[in-house]
Design a protein around this ligand. Sequence first.
Ligand code: AMP
Length: 198
Amino acid sequence: MRLILLGPPGAGKGTQAQRLVEKHKLPQLSTGDMLRAAVAAETPIGLKAKAVMAAGELLSAEIVNAIVAERIDQKDCKKGFILDGYPRTLAQADAVGKMLRKRKLKLDVVIELTVDEAELVTRIAKRVEETKAAGKPVRSDDDPAKVPVRLREYYKNTAPLTGYYYAKGLLKQVDGMASIDDVTKEIESVLKKAGKKS
Ligand code: AMP
């Protein structure tokens, strides 16, 4: 099963991806996590990514396409994977389409978690408080000053992907305002149906 989790920052993609990893034993390919690891390790990509990420802006498609292409060729991705935070632009969506076609693979479903903007701001602020309370470092882009930039990036560049995948018959929307458990249940039901089709 190859699926994309789509949704604005704070929609719960990471939380739901974690649950999918456990239940379906599929790897979670989060470009945000991969880039944060590159920043921490101070690799050439990490050095380029640091300031862009801290500002809440998007990295060039070239960089993210390359890291995803390399990642999907790894052994643990053979049975499928969950893309989280990628693709984020129409150009990236075209790129992943090409990547999969080249490998004779197909996408099973694109799940969009829909959440109101005001709720996203509240959730990100809560994430900051919880991270601080746990004594862990807060993500630089969770800074309240950067959140509006990230939301603008989302609505401008990523939201058009819903139309793109709808037109391909792959889009399934899930109400991300529901409780975490209810969202998980809904995603499972979407996956069941998608699994029957393929
Ligand atoms: P995330 O953890 O998915 O919210 O990503 C954190 C940050 O990493 C984003 O705000 C971007 O700066 C960068 N990033 C992650 N994924 C992508 C992507 N697919 N395209 C461009 N930039 C990305």
